[in-house]
Design a protein around this ligand. Structure first.
Ligand code: SF4
Length: 201
């Protein structure tokens, strides 16, 4: 999904400087994908995590301390920007929010022939990195799932707490929808010949 307010820096009017925070820069995680998939297995919701999440939300100071720790770790590894609705498990652990256009469903049309980002040509498109990382572990099918729009009220919140509280169930579709019959194949209702002769629509 594109954040309409965040146009690429390259297209801004001359004379206006973008703050560094306004334009995300693609980040390739430095942890190997195999390790990130294994760590994900350790974070799967269970009764303890659910209990922990509830306790954290009951005590704001503990919640914000926990969230600060999550932010420190994930921003160092993935360039996490704390959208609060983590897509990493289905993006090869490359954070889509580091895309300058914040696209959640794959790359834009401006990726360079060498896989470079259109906005920051000196770095690799984060979606190219996502594909390369997912491919190494046979997870490219993940990238065909449709990411639903972000709930922007959750920015800055802990995505782990949201995950353990069961709020991430609808972040992406269950399948890529390719098995669904295309609309065009539905039967077209027949029009009575008398109506056609009378010129009725
Ligand atoms: S919580 Fe959002 S910003 Fe942070 S790594 Fe996950 S997708 Fe990226």
């Amino acid at each position: 999904m594109t954040n309409a307010g965040n146009a690429p820096a390259a297209r801004r009017r001359p004379g206006r400087r973008a703050s560094a925070a306004a334009w995300p820069r693609p980040r390739r995680p430095w942890l190997p994908p195999g390790l990130t998939y294994r760590v994900q297995g350790l974070l799967v919701p269970n009764r303890f995590y659910h209990w922990l999440a509830r306790r954290l939300e009951a005590f704001p100071a503990a919640y914000w301390l926990f969230t600060a720790g999550e932010k420190t770790a994930k921003s160092a590894i993935f360039g996490c920007r704390m959208c609060g609705q983590c897509a990493l498990p289905v993006t090869g652990y490359a954070c889509p929010q580091t895309c300058p256009k914040q696209l959640r469903n794959g790359p834009c049309g401006g990726v360079g022939m060498d896989g470079s980002c259109e906005v920051y040509p000196d770095v690799r498109c984060v979606w190219v990195a996502a594909y390369e990382r997912a491919e190494r572990h046979g997870r490219t099918a993940d990238l065909r799932l449709l990411q639903r729009p972000l709930d922007h009220r959750r920015w800055g919140r802990s995505s782990w707490v949201n995950y353990w509280q069961g709020r991430d169930g609808e972040l992406w579709t269950a399948n890529d929808g390719l098995a669904a019959a295309p609309e065009i194949s539905r039967p077209v209702p027949s029009v009575p010949a008398a109506s056609l002769a009378a010129g009725e629509p």
